[in-house]
Ligand binder design. Structure first.
Ligand code: CTP
Ligand code: CA
Length: 214
């Protein structure tokens, strides 16, 4: 199958020396990319800046901003069987990039931010994607309810949810513990290394596709 993956944070420039970003190492997405490849699928990874090596054999499009990630996904998603959105996309971006470095003055600074496009939320209606659609939800409270709301709102087949308030999992960690939230059920997976978990996730995601085709 042809698999598109988004990963990493986005970076929204404020001025020539500063940007807004999200906490995301990209590890889960890059490990998933490797796992899909290992299972014989072709992978296009669209990623914001990370310190990670792109697995050999993975097609790669580096992006910086949410807008660039949106445009890359819009361009390629039509050719894909599966799309997995693991990127931590900025929800807001500065309303304009200052051409010069902002100088210090006064005790407070107000930045005006504008909403970015919801890339995963555009997949079905705006991009017309009919393949298997998988989102992530990193939450600090009401994990299952928040993930289920995203599953419905973004018309996903699966949302992979993790509680980022728990120490030792998610973010920079090599381990993760997730809930699989499907339209008709929820499954709790045991805590595992991201490598191990990725193979389980690939099976779960590919399994959805088989169900649709049969
Ligand atoms: N996502 C996306 N584009 C955005 C925001 C989010 O593609 N502009 C994707 C993420 O990659 C993830 C899923 O949507 O797969 C959920 O992201 P999340 O930030 O949890 O959802 P939001 O809709 O932005 O809601 P929240 O207000 O909780 O941030
Ligand atoms: Ca968000």
């Amino acid at each position: 199958m042809k698999v598109l993956l988004t990963a990493g944070p986005t970076r929204e420039p404020i001025d020539p020396v500063r940007f807004l970003t999200n906490r995301s190492s990209g590890k889960m997405g890059y490990t998933l990319a490797g796992a899909f490849l290992h299972e014989g699928h072709s992978v296009l990874l669209i990623s914001g800046p990370t310190n990670l090596d792109v697995p050999d054999g993975v097609d790669f499009i580096p992006v910086e901003t949410a807008a660039e990630m949106h445009d890359a996904v819009a361009r390629y998603i039509g050719k894909m069987d599966v799309a997995v959105f693991s990127a931590a996309v900025a929800d807001y971006t500065p309303s304009g990039v200052r051409s010069q470095k902002i100088k210090k003055s006064g005790d407070t600074l107000t930045l005006e931010l504008v909403r970015t496009a919801d890339i995963l939320g555009s997949a079905r209606e705006k991009f017309g994607f009919t393949g298997t659609l998988v989102g992530f939800a990193a939450e600090t409270e009401n994990l299952e309810a928040n993930a289920r709301e995203k599953l419905v709102r973004k018309q996903c087949d699966l949302v992979i949810a993790n509680d980022v308030s728990q120490p030792g999992i998610g973010f920079d960690s090599d381990e993760n513990q997730v809930l699989l939230v499907y339209p008709d059920r929820t499954e709790t997976l045991p805590r595992a290394s991201k490598v191990e978990l990725s193979l389980t996730l690939v099976d779960a995601i590919v399994g959805i596709k088989k169900l649709r085709v049969d």
